[in-house]
Structures are given as C-alpha cells and as structure tokens.
Write a protein that binds this ligand. Structure first.
Ligand SMILES: C[S@@+](CC[C@H](N)C(=O)[O-])C[C@H]1O[C@@H](n2cnc3c(N)ncnc32)[C@H](O)[C@@H]1O
Length: 292
C-alpha cells in the first residue's frame, strides 16, 4: 500500500519543491514550483501568497508531488499545466504543438507594423505553421478587419489552434487550412508571416533536453542547414505575395547572412530588414516585395 504524504503548510511544500528543482539545475525553480502548485490548487499564483499558511490535504500534496516529478523528468511546465500565455492571451498547449515563445511576439509586432503601413484596414494575412494558433489569434485580436488564413501541416496542431481561436472568439475570423507550405493556397496576400521550424540538425542535438524530448520535432527542425523553411518561404512567396506586400519570418541565431543572401538572390524584394528580439539578437527577417 502506498503511504499518503502527511499534511503540511503550503509555504513549506512550495519551498521544498522549489529546492528540489533548484538542486536538479532547473533555471527557474521557484517560478516553476509556484505555477505547478497554483495549477494543482486551481488558484492564481497570487492566491498562493494569500493562502501561505494553509494546511494542504494529503491529496493536494500527493497531486503536486506528481506534477513536480514530471517537471524533474524534464517535461516543460506549459505541457504539465496545458496552458501558456502569449500576447496576454491564455492558450491551450499540448505535446502536438510548440510552446509559444515570448520572442515570437516580435513577429506579431512586425506584422502589426506592416499592416498599419498599408493604410487600409483589411489586409489579407497568411500565417504558415500556426501551431497552437498563437500568432494568428493575436493578429485577429489586434486587427479586427484583417482577413487571416493560418495553415499547418499537422492536423493535430490545427485542431488545437481552432479550439484556441474559439476560446478567444476569433474562430470566424481565421480560415485554417491543412497542408505543406503553400500547397493548400491559391490566393495572394498582403503579408505572409511565419515562425517556421528553423533548427539545424546539428543545433537540434544541443537543445535543452526538455525541448528536444518533449516538443514536436517537426515544429523545430528544418533540415541540415536550419534555413530550409525560410528558403521555401522566400521562393514560395513569389506566387503568393502581392506587389508591395511584406514577408516576415522568424529566424534563429547565425541565420542573418544566409537569409539576406537568399532574399537578395531572388531579386524580388526590397527594404530587407532584421528586427531584434528582447535579447538584442536578430529575430525577425522582413522584406517587401518590389512593385512590378
Ligand atoms: C516553430 S512552430 C511555430 C508554431 C507557432 N506559430 C508559434 O509561433 O508558436 C512551426 C510550425 O510549423 C508547422 N510546420 C512544419 N512543417 C510545415 C510545413 N511543411 N508546412 C506547414 N507547416 C509546417 C509545425 O507543425 C509547427 O506547428
């Protein structure tokens, strides 16, 4: 028979879980423990401090220990809770989709900037590789009159993206399509945005274990070089980007020079630019299609 843990105060349980994570080398042990305990208790993180001296039941302690154990095994916090905040929107996430990253908010900002410059309120926007729907949903929330098409090759990802779009009341504003890159599309767009897989085979081997083991490989890994998807986006946009339209793509460290070369080689784009992320690294490549 399994022994039930003894009752303990919330503060003590939180402290020992955070210590256990710290000793295992997790970078944000206290934050992880707080998020997981608030998930277990069904309360906001601030609620933990209100109930700091509350005595937890054996079931609550046992449940929380289970969550901490999963974290110790490397599972990302967002997969354990099934939630992640992006652009101040709470999204459902799971192992079929990449966990949206704060850096991708730079892509959203760039699309909003480009959309503003069109001088009309209803740009046609395409997002390729929508995953949880994070980017497309954020754009639908911000650009009330935009027409948005969001694609993904993964049927399971699209299922979740649609669910998230419905939860944020924008399901009727985003047209979701399944397929490889531009294959499901015939229209032309004012803006093509994508956070594509951009990890090279070599870099993949060195990713933190939590990312490598738990996040979908097809959402991360592009190919031997890492820039294969950006290359396909640059070439494919020839048939799908309107004159004067913007191509905006997320990118990884060390990819600036080859993306710039690829953009220049097509002779299709002007106003090539790179926008830095919050750490100061080039994160979003942008280029405007020349007016023919
Ligand atoms: C880096 S994730 C980005 C997910 C989401 N947009 C975000 O920023 O959190 C890349 C996404 O591209 C999708 N994908 C991979 N290969 C694809 C392809 N050939 N065509 C369309 N989507 C693809 C993956 O399934 C994944 O959801």
């Amino acid at each position: 028979m399994q022994m039930m843990p003894a009752r303990k105060a919330l503060a003590e349980v939180l402290h020992s879980a955070s210590e256990a994570l710290r000793k295992k080398g997790f970078p944000t042990p206290r934050l992880d423990a707080e998020i997981l305990l608030s998930h277990q208790m069904g309360m906001a993180r601030t609620g933990l401090y209100v109930h700091f001296h509350k005595s937890l039941s054996r079931e609550e302690i046992g449940g929380f220990r289970g969550l901490i154990e999963r974290r110790i095994q490397g599972e990302p916090v967002a997969y354990i809770t099934g939630r992640k905040e992006f652009w101040s929107l709470l999204l459902e996430v799971g192992p079929d989709v990449l966990i949206p990253r704060p850096d991708t908010e730079v892509l959203v900002e760039e699309v909003l900037g480009a959309a503003k410059n069109f001088g009309r309120e209803n740009p046609d926007i395409l997002e390729i590789g929508t995953g949880s729907g994070a980017v497309g949903i954020a754009l639908a929330k911000e650009l009330k009159n935009a027409r948005i098409v969001a694609t993904d090759v993964s049927e399971k990802a699209l299922h979740l993206a649609k669910k998230n779009a419905a939860a944020h009341a924008v399901a009727d504003r985003i047209h979701f399509l399944q397929g490889n890159l531009f294959e499901p599309l015939s229209a032309k767009f004012d803006i093509i945005a994508s956070n594509p897989p951009y990890i090279s085979e070599e870099t993949f081997k060195n990713l933190p274990p939590g990312v490598r083991m738990f996040e979908p490989k097809e959402a991360l890994m592009a190919g031997p070089k890492g820039t294969e998807f950006q290359e396909a986006l640059i070439k494919g946009s020839r048939n799908h980007l309107k004159d004067g339209g913007w191509l905006l793509m997320e990118m990884g460290e060390g990819q600036k020079a080859s993306i710039e070369d690829m953009l220049n080689e097509t002779a299709l784009y002007e106003e090539i630019k790179f926008t830095a992320d919050y750490a100061g690294l080039p994160r979003v490549a942008g280029a405007r299609r020349k007016i023919s």
